[in-house]
Design a protein around this ligand. Structure first.
Ligand SMILES: [Zn+2]
Length: 134
């Protein structure tokens, strides 16, 4: 991809992100999505089905094996509690990595470039698990 094409994607992504943030926090805030609507939208994406299938498979395997321990209950609670923070950290520091120059070398990861493309055109996010800006 050319540097002009990357600059265009970056500009569109910045504008889209600014618009999304204004819609969420600004005075022109859109009405919120009801929980039932978010729930329906969530299940229209493939990742909840992948995660749900894996969870059911793991539960069935655990039931077959038996030998329940306290950690079988604690580990999932810790994972569910920590996941939003891990997701946020990855999103902010990895997906929203801004290109940085070190001498003549520009460091700009493929995943960050793809994420900027997604912000420029949300239709490219077919693997997203939830509605709204990501
Ligand atoms: Zn994002």
């Amino acid at each position: 991809m050319t540097s002009e094409a990357n600059a265009d994607i970056d500009a569109r992504a910045r504008e889209r992100l600014r618009s999304d943030e204004a819609a969420m926090t600004g005075s022109r805030r859109k009405s919120s999505l009801p929980l039932s609507g978010a729930w329906r939208e969530f299940w229209r994406h493939p990742s909840p089905w992948f995660i749900g299938t894996t969870l059911v498979g793991a539960l069935v395997a655990r039931l077959v094996v038996g030998d329940w321990r306290l950690t079988d209950a604690i580990v999932p609670v810790i994972m569910v509690a920590s996941f939003p923070f891990a997701e946020w950290i990855i999103h902010v520091f990895v997906l929203h990595w801004k290109p940085r120059r070190i001498g003549t070398v520009t460091i700009d990861s493929l995943v960050a470039r793809k994420h900027r493309e997604h912000h420029a055109d949300r239709a490219t996010c077919r693997w997203c698990s939830s509605p709204g800006p990501h």
